[in-house]
Design a protein around this ligand. Structure first.
Ligand code: G3P
Length: 217
């Protein structure tokens, strides 16, 4: 499973990138707001060191305007994936932009039917939102499993990019199901290193080591 980082915080991306944990980046209008940066400027900076796909989202609601915005965003760097919402106009924009050879990430997906349409429209990535389904008491990871089955049934090339990942359990479930990619905030990726038994075991090792009175260096 590829790891994308869901943030426009350049320092946070760099830290994970240095560890080889960044296969790509996703942003959205809320994350651009949080960064306090200009979308074109911050996206260009991210693309200067991230080799994999970097998603930048259009904000227009009409297909023709989405296409114009998508072309502008795609002009930032060759590894831009234009992010469009899963609306009828978004699907139209997806078809045109994908036809021009651009990577397209169709976002705000909450059903198998939506995911099917995105694949038919030529999406490179489909972004089902797990956490936001959990928020309304629907098991978000079930949607990932269902889309996996449908895409495999018909050999669609569209990659499942599991999004709105809030917990390490979400990440583990996505890997077990076979999501192609997960995008998670840096905090969740870092939390994946933690386990209560690791902490407990380390504490005991440190206590016992102190009793030996030895040093390694
Ligand atoms: O990639 C989509 C993601 O940013 C949404 O996450 O936690 O706002 O639902 P969340």
């Amino acid at each position: 499973m590829k790891f994308f980082v869901d943030t426009a915080d350049v320092d946070a991306i760099r830290e994970l990138h240095d560890l080889g944990m960044v296969d790509g980046v996703t942003t959205n209008p809320s994350l651009i707001l949080k960064s306090g940066r200009d979308i074109l400027e911050v996206t260009k900076e991210i693309c200067s060191f991230v080799e994999g796909p970097v998603s930048a989202e259009v904000v227009a609601l009409q297909a023709d305007e989405m296409i114009a915005e998508g072309r502008r965003l795609a002009g930032i760097a060759p590894n831009i994936a234009v992010k469009v919402p899963l609306t009828w106009d978004g699907l139209k924009a997806c078809k045109v932009l994908a036809g021009e050879g651009k990577m397209v990430n169709v976002t705000l997906c909450f059903s198998v039917s939506q995911a099917l349409l995105a694949a038919k429209a030529g999406a490179t990535f489909i972004s089902p939102f797990i956490g936001r389904l959990d928020d309304i008491n629907i098991e978000g990871t079930d949607l990932i499993a269902d889309i996996r089955q449908v895409y495999d049934n018909y050999s669609f090339d569209t990659q499942i990019l599991a999004a709105s990942i809030r917990t390490i359990n979400h990440a583990a479930r996505c890997a077990l199901i076979g999501a192609d990619v997960m995008t998670a905030p840096p905090s969740v990726i870092k939390a994946m290193a933690g386990h209560v038994l690791t902490d407990k075991g380390l504490e005991q090792f440190m206590k016992d080591w102190a009793k030996t009175g030895q040093k390694i260096v």
